[in-house]
Design a protein around this ligand. Sequence first.
Ligand SMILES: [Fe+2]
Length: 283
Amino acid sequence: MQINPLSDVLGAEIIGTDVGNLDDAAFDEVHDAFLKHHVLVFRAQDLPPEKQINFAQRFGELDIHIQKDNKYSGHEAIQILSNKKVNGKFVGSPSAGEAWHSDLSYTDIPTLCTMLYAVEIPEVGGDTEWSNMYLAYEGLSEKMKRKIDGLHARHTFNRFRNPRVEVPDVYKGKGKERYVDIAPPDAIHPVVRTHPETGRKALYISERFTIGIEELEEEEGQALLDELIAHQKQRDFIYRHKWDLRDLTIWDNRCLIHLACGGVPEGQIRHMHRTIVRGDKPY
Ligand SMILES: [Fe+2]
């Protein structure tokens, strides 16, 4: 197994490995690399849905996303992210992830890891960025670390309650129920979480899902969030991935947040299969 770091801050590609054919020793090596690099990119995978599901299950229990209408037929653990239309209707979620977030942080038990498989990629655009939230935390001043230690943040799925994000046109008006009706109750999580496997501390807020700080007055909480979000967006913490066809990426949502960079021109297709593995309650 050849493991090549992709940047100084996070990510490694794995060459010459079929994720459907890993014995326990090889999986242990993959798992160690996952904790060390936080994003793994397995190149040139041949990955039908059942094989992706089997590999994901080696990391833990699969979770099912609350957006029920983007499931792969016959495999509800596979969510389709796609701008493809058939008979005028999107075959998957066309607008997922265009603001920084950690998957399912708006639930009590957020995602441990996400896997994304590139079925079709555009010639231009469609990159993904990850920000290393261990490094973002460690890069804060001692004063700021003391300030946020012990604080809790409120996370919501409902875009209409978050002034930091846009509501895509397709979900305005008639589509409003998409965010309002299916949003679970808000989740409250520590602003600084401890990774349950490495013991390292990571910042745990995001532009997309975090809407306030529980212990602070509204104005002060928003100012703090603005500061932490601007801090997290520094290029020093970020790796940008340009996808190859049949890349399978897996990333650790407990210490990273991510962004779909968009910019796919009209007429080009980006079509991905996503699986998510359930984590545990952040602490
Ligand atoms: Fe995501």
